[in-house]
Design a protein around this ligand. Structure first.
Ligand code: CO8
Length: 260
């Protein structure tokens, strides 16, 4: 099949692996986001599933973030539909009642970082070639308030100020130091460590853990729910500007040249 998300549920442990498999870079296209949400909601509604490990099936890359081609040269209707899908992905993941663990086995800029910080716990492969962070300003674009809130809830105010303004991408060591990830492990151990950590989280009674999680995350989720349509309109207006379109084209050109 042409599935971009591989889901494997182990009924004996109640743990599912969601493996991102959309080569070359697991960019978050409209199709990817749609499939991601459907897969996650299916698990959410499956009583046999209590935890999800999010990881990549693409070597070296967790996710390159939002698919930039979805934000270039398209209609306003397309931008709005795309943005609703990005919102939906975050809302579903950040408010999941399941235990969510990101096994970050590759680079994870921007929207990739958002997915990871939306989980309950992050384990990163200690390969110094990998980086993670919200680098939006380096593209001349701005992380929306709910990206910022998710980062803030993870690493605190001061660190979010620096990270977002400078569009910082952190090495695994730096990411551990600021608390952007919780643990570093050798790459070959990452799936095992994620499984063991999941076992510790699942040892807590679900209802108590779920209420604790939602009391911490609900205000952040409610902020987007209250302004969801305005956020779509803000995105469409921003991304449609000639100057922003130009910045994105320059950035895509830079990615291609770097390769040549
Ligand atoms: N979207 C679309 N295409 C991409 C993306 C992307 N995010 N990233 C890479 N690609 C493409 C490349 O252009 C290249 O295409 P081609 O083969 O046609 O030349 C192909 O994927 C492979 O990429 P690389 O050769 O660069 O692969 P590497 O393994 O060398 O590097 C990286 C992988 C590290 C992931 C690198 O590609 C990279 O840094 N990509 C850019 C990541 C990035 O900056 N993403 C930010 C996206 S914006 C976002 O997520 C949040 C926006 C919030 C919206 C705010 C607006 C208001």
């Amino acid at each position: 099949s042409n599935s971009k998300i591989l889901v494997e549920l182990d009924e004996s442990t109640g743990v599912a692996a969601m493996k991102l498999k959309s080569p070359p870079v697991n960019s978050l296209s409209l199709d990817f986001l749609t499939e991601f949400c459907i897969s996650l909601e299916k698990l959410e509604n499956n009583k046999a599933c209590r935890g999800v490990i999010l990881t990549s099936a693409v070597p070296q890359i967790f996710s390159a973030g939002l698919d930039i081609t979805e934000m270039c040269g398209k209609s306003e209707e397309h931008y709005a539909e795309f943005w609703r899908a990005v919102q939906e992905m975050w809302l579903t993941l950040y408010s999941s009642s399941m235990v969510t663990i990101a096994a970050v086995n590759g680079s994870s800029p921007a929207g990739g970082c958002l997915m990871a910080v939306s989980c309950d716990y992050r384990i990163m492969a200690e390969n110094p070639k990998y980086s993670i962070g919200l680098n939006e300003t380096q593209l001349g674009i701005v992380a929306p308030f709910w990206f910022k809130d998710t980062m803030l809830n993870t690493v605190g105010h001061r660190c979010t100020e620096r990270s977002l303004q400078l569009g910082l991408l952190y090495s695994p060591r730096e990411a551990l130091k600021i608390g952007l990830v919780d643990e570093l492990v050798p790459e070959e151990k990452i799936q095992n460590v994620a499984g063991e950590t999941m076992g510790q989280w699942l040892a807590i009674p679900d209802h108590a853990r779920q209420l604790s999680k939602s009391s911490l995350r609900k205000p952040t989720v409610d902020r987007l729910l209250a302004h969801r349509e305005a956020d779509v309109q803000d995105f469409v207006r921003f991304i449609s500007r000639d100057s922003i379109q130009k910045s994105l084209q320059v950035y895509m050109g830079m990615l291609k040249r770097r390769k040549a």
